[in-house]
Structure formats: C-alpha cells, structure tokens
Design a binder for this molecule. Structure first.
Ligand code: UDP
Length: 482
C-alpha cells in the first residue's frame, strides 16, 4: 500500500515557458511542504532544455526534484510528451504547434492522467494546471478531479478577459486598434485606456493564435474549482474583490518565487538556458549605474527595433547589460546586433545570452531595468527595488505596463505612442534612458512602497500566506467531499 495514501495527490502540469515554469515549480514545492503528495510534469522538450542548461550528459536520468525529495518532500517528477520531436522549433512554428496542441494534446493528457490514477487508485488525486491550457476542466471532469488553475499573470489581465462580454457591449471588444478611450465600467478596474488592453482583445489580434488560445482556455478556467493568482492582494485589491464577488474561488498567493517557510534544499533547477555570470563585471561598476535590459523568455522583436534599442543604449552613455536571447528575433536569424557593436561598447556594456535575472537585479550596481513587462520580470524588479523602463511587446505586456507606469508609478514607458516593433528610434531611446537614469531616485522612493507590500505579503501573517493557508483548507474540504 502506498505510504502516502492518506495525502491528497496533486498532478501538476506546467506550461512549457519560463514565466510559467517558475511559479509552477514554486507552487509544487509549497504544496508538498504543506502535506500534499505531488507529481510534477514538465513537457519533454522542457526537460531536455533544463538538462542541457546544466550541461548534463545524462539527459534522461535528470530528476529536478531529487534534492527536494531527499529533504523530505513527497514530490515525484515526470515528463509529458507534446507529440513533437525534442528538436522541433516550437517558437518558429508557433501557430502550427499550438494548432496541433489544440487537437492532440488533450488525449495525451488524458492518457497521462489515467495512467497516474491507475497506478495509484486509492489516492485522492487533484489537478493543478495553467490558465493558458484549454483542457483542464474537461480532463478534471472526466476523471472526477478537483481542478486548480494557476494564473501566471496579474488579476487585471484575468479580469479584462473575464469581462470580454462587457467590453463587447461597449464596442471595446474587439477593440479598434488605434483608438484611445477610457474604460471605466469593468468591475474592480477604476479606469484603463483602450491602448493598454491586451493585443488579443484588439481587432488586429482577433485572428491570432494568442486570441484563440486565451479564449479556448478561458472557457475551461471558468469551470475551475480554485483559481490561484501569482500576484499580491493589496496590489490589486479592487480587481480581486470584484472577481471574488462572482462566486468563483480566487486566491492571490504571489509572488510564489519568493515564498518563505519552505524546508531547506528545496531549490529546483528552473532555468531553460545556461546562465552567464555577471557578478564580476557588475562589481566593477558604481552603485545604481547599470541598466539591465532583457525581454523575457519567449517574445520576439523585429531586428530593426532590437538594433535601435542597442544603438540607443550606446548613445545613452549609460552602463548596461543586454540579454540577447538566441531567438530574440528568430531562431533562424541569430546575428541580431549591428556589425561592430560589441567593439564599440567597450567595457560599458555586457552582452550575454541569458542570466540569473534575480541575481542581476539585486546587484547594487543595477539601477534600472528595461523590460518587456512580463509579469515575472515586473515582480522580480519590484522585489529587488529596481525601477523599470517599459517596452511592452505583446500578450499581457501593455496591461502590465499600465500597472507599473500609471498605477504604481515605478517606471516609465519607452517611446510611448510608437507602434510596437516599428517606429522606435535610437535617439529617443537614448533620451528616455538618460532621463530615466538621472531621475531614478524618485522612482526608487515609489518602488520601495510597492516592494514593502510584496515583502509583507509573504510573511507568515501576510496576505499571500494567509490566502495560501485558506486555499489549502478549502482544497482539502473539496477533495474529501468530492
Ligand atoms: N529570465 C532569466 N534570465 C534572463 C531573462 C529572463 O532568468 O536572462 C527569467 C526571468 O527571471 C523571469 C522569466 O525569465 O522569471 C521571464 O518571465 P516573464 O513573465 O517576465 O516573461 P515571459 O518570458 O513570460 O515573456
């Protein structure tokens, strides 16, 4: 008989992107630390990327949760196959990839979940999956599992999607691309300009794979038993309160990556690419003098926009670290920097393919962060007290940027008014960077206030910890009454 028979068993399946893997791994560890038995599944190609990032020769044998298990956590690790060969370029063929996942992946998950249940029939299983998946409610229903959804975005983004029909009634969904109108009728959202809506709510985004993915997934999320947000209640109080009134169970439990009260040695390898060490270079720079520039793990920019930003950095005369992810433009066009750029920057700039972002942001030499406004990047920057310049590129970025620039006033926009990926010019980039770096102090004062909110949320009696404890209680009640 399984020794963990009395524990509820969570089957945790993370979306295959860095910004989702991070909170999912943290949630899995947190659940295991709170008396749950966990089986964590990465997509197979993610498993290979993670092993490669560790220069492992023995890719198949890698168990990313071994140490966590050795420290006493009841957590197993496995992989799930998405139907494509490991080496298939999923980013390059994004539409084809997701179209295939829409068709074929639910059957694979079904088989995967069935085999886990079959091998442990006496356990109380539940499912933890990403809000961007389009199958969790169907799978949970079929297998009679309690269904937990984790949203790796702010509640504001969730709320706007949730209220798409209200937007439609006001002719703001699909929203015309170039209009700028204030929206003040969404419950819990005081005001938001149409320019800050997610691109998949706009006319030009309606036929994109992102739109299809989000709306297919949303139908499933509405049927979830519990929805967890990787955000902080005090930061989005009105939005979360308004959603709570709708009767679904929402819990703000972020920022998950900084959770405390976990057993020792529960750090799990999460980085999809090898991390360059920037400490030595940073230590040679004066405090607050470096601008860190990175655009997350999955979006692409046009080559022209990327080069204008690179030249802007050069012209600004500010010290900088520029992350040039190997597929930042495209995996088939990896020569993205202008010819001679590296010679020109001399010791003023450091070009790297990937790094430990939190380590870099927390180095005293780093004064600011030029970011694409991915939600993890924003929370990490707040955590480290580093103000931001926002270059929103796609997905939820424009909406996240609104929180940073307008609501919390902890950063500025880069070249606002220019359409994303076109029209951005080096002179303006340089000017924005110089102004930002010379007025950092004001933003630092503001970000300290938001940082304090984040930090207190994860204290033992903080809101995220309390919400997590409440979630654990409610989950157990639901599981045992199912
Ligand atoms: N990141 C990193 N090293 C880098 C660039 C990014 O570790 O050089 C991490 C970053 O810390 C964050 C994640 O990648 O946790 C990106 O997530 P985010 O939500 O910001 O953006 P996404 O990749 O989803 O667009």
């Amino acid at each position: 008989m399984d020794k963990y028979i009395s524990k509820p068993h969570g089957i945790v399946i993370s979306a295959p992107y860095q910004g989702h893997i991070n909170p999912f791994v943290s949630l899995a560890i947190k659940l295991a630390s709170n008396g749950f038995s966990i089986t964590f599944a990465h997509f197979e190609h993610v498993h290979h990327m993670l092993s490669k990032s560790q220069n492992s020769n023995d890719t198949n044998e890698f168990d990313f949760f071994l140490e966590a298990r050795e420290s006493g956590l009841d957590i197993r690790y496995t992989t799930i196959n998405d139907g494509f060969p490991i080496e298939y370029d999923r980013a390059l063929h994004l539409r084809e990839y997701w179209e295939s996942l829409f068709e074929n992946f639910p059957a694979r998950v079904d088989e995967f979940v069935s085999s886990i249940i079959k091998s442990n029939p006496s356990m109380n299983h539940f499912l933890v999956a990403d809000t961007i998946f389009h199958w969790p409610a169907s799978i949970a229903k079929k297998h009679k599992l309690v269904n937990v959804s984790l949203c790796a975005q702010p509640a504001l983004v969730f709320s706007l999607t949730y209220h798409a029909e209200i937007l439609r009634e006001h002719n703001h969904f699909p929203c015309k691309d170039n209009i700028e109108e204030e929206i003040n009728y969404i419950p819990g959202v005081q005001t938001i300009n149409t320019k800050d809506l997610m691109p998949y709510l706009k006319e030009s985004g309606i036929n994109t794979i992102g739109h299809k993915l989000i709306f297919m997934a949303f139908k499933q999320v509405e049927k979830a038993d519990f929805i967890l947000y990787n955000t902080v209640q005090e930061l989005e109080l009105d939005t979360i309160s308004a959603l709570n009134k709708k009767g679904q169970k929402y819990y703000a439990i972020g920022p998950l990556d900084f959770s405390k009260n976990l057993p020792k040695n529960t750090t799990v390898i999460k980085s999809l690419w090898p991390e360059s060490d920037c400490a030595h270079w940073l230590d040679s720079k004066s405090p607050g003098s470096v601008l860190y520039v990175a655009f997350g793990s999955l979006v692409h920019t046009s080559k022209q926009a990327f080069q204008e930003i690179a030249y802007g950095l050069l012209l600004s005369e500010v010290n900088f670290i520029l992350v040039v992810r190997s597929d930042i433009v495209s995996s088939i066009d990896t020569e993205v920097l202008p010819t001679g750029f590296i010679d020109e920057i001399k010791d003023r700039g450091l070009i790297i393919p990937w790094c430990n972002q939190i380590k870099v942001l927390s180095n005293p030499a780093v004064g600011g962060f030029l970011t694409h406004c991915g939600w993890n990047s924003i929370m990490e920057s707040i955590w480290c007290g580093t103000p931001m310049i926002c270059y929103a590129i796609a997905h939820d970025h424009p909406t996240n940027k609104k929180l940073v620039v307008e609501d919390w006033k902890i950063g500025i926009g880069l070249c606002d008014g220019k359409s994303i990926n076109s029209g951005i010019q080096r002179g303006e980039v340089a000017k924005n960077i110089q102004t930002f770096m010379s007025t950092l102090e004001g933003y630092k004062q503001e970000i300290k206030k938001v940082q304090a909110i984040l930090q207190s949320a994860i204290e033992i009696d903080g809101s995220s910890e309390r919400n997590f404890d409440q979630f654990v209680k409610d989950l157990k009640v639901k599981i045992y009454s199912n």
